[in-house]
Design a protein around this ligand. Structure first.
Ligand SMILES: [Zn+2]
Length: 250
């Protein structure tokens, strides 16, 4: 029978063995809390890898229930789960993956009045939603509440990702700096555009990876839009400056 320290060292040994992680880095992972807004293709994939890495606390927010057409890309959901709450089912599955972590969930649609209470106890927010209205709202609150925001979007075979820290200096952009003209009425979601299973999974893994890089103080560039073409496996990075006229972060 292993004692708790032996269990920790063995369970995360393949991470701890790396110089860039070590026991200290693994403890940072275990002491981190991350809020995942949207438990669809991006959210389920990110949640899976973050829980396996040992993130101490995960918070899931999603008001939707599981439908048959989700199952091509929303990992961990099965036909038996159809009709059930996404965040409730995800919580159960994640606890099966890693019983050591704390998971809270809220079966709610985020809005101006409730988002504060969901994100206040985490340092990192993963925007895994599929519409501009939610993305603009999450961006505004993460800037105002000084949260690291890891955003991703999927479009057919393409993935866009970004880690934001717009509040930490006067150079880092926010989501609105990149898309200043975006309004909440432009709402075509990935459901309407189509998405292939592996691309959704990859998008969530990129978000989990950006969050872990931040926790471990490895490389993070807060001014870089990452564009991945999953057909050619080309990655482009576009440097983005803060928009001095941004209504959110300036
Ligand atoms: Zn901005």
């Amino acid at each position: 029978m292993r004692n708790p320290e032996e269990y920790f060292l063995e369970k995360y040994s393949r991470q701890i063995i790396m110089e860039q992680v070590g026991v200290e880095g693994q403890k940072k992972i275990n002491n981190s809390s991350i809020c995942i807004i949207g438990c669809g293709g991006l959210g389920t994939s990110a949640a899976q890898y973050l829980s396996m890495s040992g993130i101490g606390k995960l918070i899931f927010i999603d008001h939707d229930s599981i439908v048959l057409s989700n199952l091509n890309r929303q990992t961990l959901f099965t036909e038996k789960d159809i009709g059930k709450s996404k965040c409730e089912v995800l919580t159960k599955k994640i606890k099966n993956i890693n019983k050591s972590i704390t998971v809270n969930y809220y079966q709610k649609k985020i809005n101006e009045n409730n988002i504060d209470q969901y994100i206040e106890n985490c340092s990192i927010v993963l925007d895994c939603t599929d519409n501009f209205e939610s993305r603009l709202l999450i961006n505004k609150f993460c800037h105002n509440k000084k949260k690291i925001l890891v955003s991703a979007a999927l479009q057919n075979f393409d993935i866009q990702a970004f880690i934001f820290s717009s509040w930490s200096n006067n150079k880092n952009p926010c989501y609105k700096c990149i898309f200043p003209d975006l309004t909440t009425t432009e709402n075509q979601s990935c459901d309407e555009m189509g998405i292939i299973a592996s691309v959704a999974g990859l998008g969530g893994i990129i978000q989990a990876n950006l969050a872990l890089n931040y926790i471990l103080k490895l490389h993070n560039n807060f001014k870089e839009l990452i564009l991945l073409d999953s057909v050619r496996l080309d990655i482009k990075k576009i440097k983005i400056e803060k928009n001095k006229n941004c209504k959110v972060c300036c």
